[in-house]
Design a binder for this molecule. Structure first.
Ligand SMILES: NC(=O)c1ccc[n+]([C@@H]2O[C@H](COP(=O)([O-])OP(=O)(O)OC[C@H]3O[C@@H](n4cnc5c(N)ncnc54)[C@H](OP(=O)(O)O)[C@@H]3O)[C@@H](O)[C@H]2O)c1
Length: 233
C-alpha cells in the first residue's frame, strides 16, 4: 500500500537515493533541502528550506498533512559534517552542525509526531554515524551532534511508544557521497580498518536497515540504533 514519506535532505546523496527508491515503490515522498529539487516525479513534492528553520518546518509539515491527509514515515536524513581538529573548529561551524543535525531532526520529530499521534501510527528513522562509537579524531563536533541524536532517538522512542510510533536510528559507515569527499585517503582507510567489515557502505546497506525499521512487522522495535559494518554502539 502507498505510504506518505517525509525525507529530509533529498537534493543529493543518500537522501536523494532514498526518495527515488521509495517513489519507485509507489509511495508519495515529500522532501526538502536548502538547494532546489533534483527530483522530477508526479508523487514528489519539494520544499526549499533549512531544517533548522522552525517556521519553515512547521509550514512543510502542515502543507504535507493538508495535501496527503497523513504522514506514515519520517526519514531524518539531512546532515552536514566538517572534519576539523577541536583546536581549530570555529564556534560558527560547531553551531551549524548542531543546527542541522540535531535541531533539524528534533523539529521534524516534534512536528510530525503530532500528526502521527492522531493517526496512532508512525515510523521515524534518524541518522547516526559510526564516528560516534569509534570516537573518531577530527570529527568531535559531528560525532557529538550524532551522539545527541542517539539519545534523542532512545528517549523519543519511549515518549512516543504509547501512540504506536517507533523511533530508531541507522548508523552508517562511510558511504561515498559529497559528505566525505574531502576526508584524506589515509584517514578514510584508517577508519575503514576499525570496522569489523572493512569496506565502504553502499546505499543498499542503509536502505536495508530503513526497510527493516519501517516494516509493518517491526512494531515491537523502537529506540534502537543499528550501526553498519560491524561497529558496536
Ligand atoms: N556519507 C557518509 O559517509 C555518512 C556516514 C554516516 C552517516 N551519514 C549521514 O547520512 C546522512 C546523509 O548524508 P549524505 O552522505 O547523503 O550527505 P550529502 O551527500 O552531503 O547530502 C546531504 C543532504 O542534506 C541536505 N542538507 C544539508 N544541510 C541541510 C539543511 N540545513 N537543511 C536542509 N537540507 C540540508 C543537502 O542538500 P542542500 O545542500 O541543498 O541543503 C543534501 O541533500 C547525514 O545525516 C549524514 O550525517 C553519512
Amino acid at each position: 500500500m502507498s505510504k506518505v514519506f517525509i525525507i529530509t535532505g533529498t537534493r543529493k546523496g543518500i537522501g536523494k537515493g532514498l526518495a527515488e527508491y521509495y517513489l519507485n515503490k509507489g509511495n508519495i515522498v515529500v522532501g526538502c533541502s536548502r538547494g532546489k529539487s533534483s527530483i522530477e516525479h508526479k508523487s514528489y513534492r519539494h520544499f526549499c528550506l533549512n531544517v533548522s528553520d522552525e517556521k519553515a518546518v512547521v509550514d512543510m509539515v502542515r502543507k504535507t498533512k493538508k495535501e496527503f491527509k497523513r504522514i506514515d514515515v519520517l526519514l531524518n536524513n539531512a546532515g552536514i559534517a566538517s572534519m576539523n581538529h577541536i583546536l581549530t573548529t570555529p564556534l560558527k561551524t560547531a553551531k551549524n552542525i548542531f543546527n542541522t543535525n540535531f535541531f533539524g531532526s528534533f523539529l521534524f520529530i516534534r512536528e510530525i509526531a503530532k500528526v502521527m499521534m492522531k493517526q496512532k501510527q508512525g515510523r521515524i528513522v534518524n541518522f547516526a554515524t559510526v564516528a560516534t562509537p569509534l570516537r573518531l579524531e577530527g570529527e568531535a563536533i559531528y560525532a557529538a551532534s550524532k551522539a545527541a541524536i542517539v539519545n534523542l532517538t532512545e528517549i523519543a522512542a519511549r515518549e512516543l511508544a504509547g501512540f504506536n510510533i517507533t523511533v530508531n536510528a541507522v548508523g552508517p559507515t562511510p558511504v561515498p557521497t559529497d559528505l566525505i569527499k574531502n576526508v584524506p585517503k589515509e584517514k578514510m582507510q584508517a577508519l575503514l580498518n576499525r570496522q569489523a567489515i572493512k569496506r565502504f557502505g553502499e546505499f543498499r546497506d542503509v536502505v536495508n536497515v530503513i526497510d527493516f525499521f519501517i516494516d509493518e512487522r517491526s512494531d515491537f522495535i523502537t529506540g534502537q540504533v543499528i550501526y553498519l559494518g560491524g561497529v558496536n554502539g
